[in-house]
Design a protein around this ligand. Sequence first.
Ligand code: ATP
Length: 674
Amino acid sequence: MSASDDPLARERTHLAHSRAALRAMREDVEALDIKDVTANWVNAVVLGAQIEERIKALADLSHTPLFFGRLDYLHTTQEGQRFYIGRRHVHDADGDPMVIDWRAPVSQPFYRASRKDPQDVGLRRRFGYTGGELTAYEDEHLSDPAELERTSKLLQAEIERPRVGPMRDIVATIQPEQDEIVRSGLAGTVCVQGGPGTGKTAVGLHRVAYLLYAHRERLARTGTLVIGPNRSFLHYIEQVLPALGELEVRQATVDDLVAHVEVRGTDEATTAVVKGDARMAEVLRRAVRSHVTLPTEPLMVVRGSRRWRVPAHELEGIVAELLDRDIRYGAARDALPQRIAHAVLVRMEQAGEAPDDRVQDAVARNTAVKAFVKAVWPPVDPAKLVLRLLSDAGFLAEHAAGVLTEDEQKLLLWAKPARSVKSAKWSAADAVLIDEAQDLVERTHSLGHVVLDEAQDLSPMQYRAVGRRCTTGSATILGDLAQGTTPWATESWAQALGHLGKPDAVVEELTAGFRVPREVIAYASRLLPHMSPGLAAVESVRENPGSLEIRHFAPEELDAEVVAACVESLGHEGSIGLIAADARVAPLAEALTAAGLAYLSPGEETTATSRLTLVPASLAKGLEYDYVVLDDPAAVVDGEPDERTGLRRLYVALTRAVSGLTVVHSSPLPEQLT
Ligand SMILES: Nc1ncnc2c1ncn2[C@@H]1O[C@H](COP(=O)(O)OP(=O)(O)OP(=O)(O)O)[C@@H](O)[C@H]1O
């Protein structure tokens, strides 16, 4: 067969031409001479940096396919008929497209078209790669009634591919129900409920990439943010967006967002629950506003030889009106001098003067006016305010009356009042309170789009902190109610969305599981009725049934047998996670070291030579490993303050495996599992 008859050879030729075109695009940028167009060195530096970015973005990553699919439409449109779909747009010297960005509208049917709704697609072709080499293709003729529906082998192979290294993008295999979420509009907030491994994180990250493509300029101005539960999780996902060509998305934990003070303390669960309760917002609002005192004395402003008197009742009216208005404490404080100056100006006019704006500004800056504002509407330092609430029982009682019970107030008060903001042992929940107070004083900057992952674990006050970072933008909220492991974990998405200030968000559900094999998810799902009744179990789409083994040993044998299970798992391809109750991590670390087994911590990148990670159960959320060895489930449950949280923690640990799970225990298994 000659190259021209062999479809694979033809596709390889197109790949080679596309690579050459991409190289030419890069060379064009590299050859740009900016000397003549930049008037000064600042511009030159800025432009130079932009060019560097562009060159980086045009790099041809040899191990990632330049395109992974092809669509042949039945009809030719202005844009053409045949499209190769890839991670980025590539065009030839004439500007004609060689590869179309997966986010472009013409690419959408690659993900959505079906036999039922072919969307004018005659042929959908998927490509298989080995390294950067195009090695296979698979066709679907969606409009041909004679062709039988088959599950795609390439898709299946991609889903079953062993995991090594950080999280990967899924552009080649986004599923229709996932694509609906990925491509939903910028204006709306979407909340995704989905069991373990249903692709929530993947979908959230691809949605950001999509939105950045569809609304590039707007989001470049307003900014985007991805919020994850902890550093190791953020490390795990940090390369997905850059792989999709998006380098500008900030990633943070909620703690990072509210880092107004250094957090060195922790709270008892009961205290943290009160601090995280939405009623705290009302307590803080009252406390902030309590700084305003209604004036009882007239104000005298001297200008030149004249004195102007504003009577107390008029001043009171001005202050009361500002208090009534829905503006921030600080903004009202900034407005107050001008309001008073206006009252003075009215008097000047009544006396026959003709003062202009400059006079009004001068009056607003008058020493007497300044002194008045300072006395009536003093500046509020958010951290000092929270410090006082947590230290001063009288002050707290004054503002919490009718909002918090006396017992709740007692829980809030520090046993030893702190002396200063610096020396106080702030907890994570305190920092959130300070953030709320900060927002009462000065409006928090709102971003264009925020993705919140593992959202089920946030307290109402944390939801508020996230919500104020997207008041004028939208959000993607991702989570699984069954994986809520904080004492304040949300019971329903309606509640969470209310606290976020996005009550109208659409709640979508994902039920197809891409991570956990059937047998393993069935085992883990035994816990569901005991900890999250009403939630449906995930349906695994993996063909590989996976392996599940439960091994029981005497307590003195446990550590050695866990190590043995790790060694056995290392015999397979891919990553290995040894998950254990936090309290068991130290002894297991010792056992691994004694056995000469090197291991990583969560978030450290697994490589072909370093594939074993020792994971405390508290950090397992959101992560995945090809093979998981789970140490003593009962210890995982016992590590939590109550049984429900313990079972949920165990559920998270049981659902991290992609190919196999080995449970090694000496204590009896929790009865809900048996
Ligand atoms: N359409 C898809 N094609 C291929 N792989 C997919 C697809 N969707 C999800 N995956 C893979 O399934 C795994 C689980 O996805 P992800 O971590 O996004 O799930 P999750 O719902 O966030 O899980 P958890 O609830 O445990 O945090 C990942 O390896 C992801 O790449």
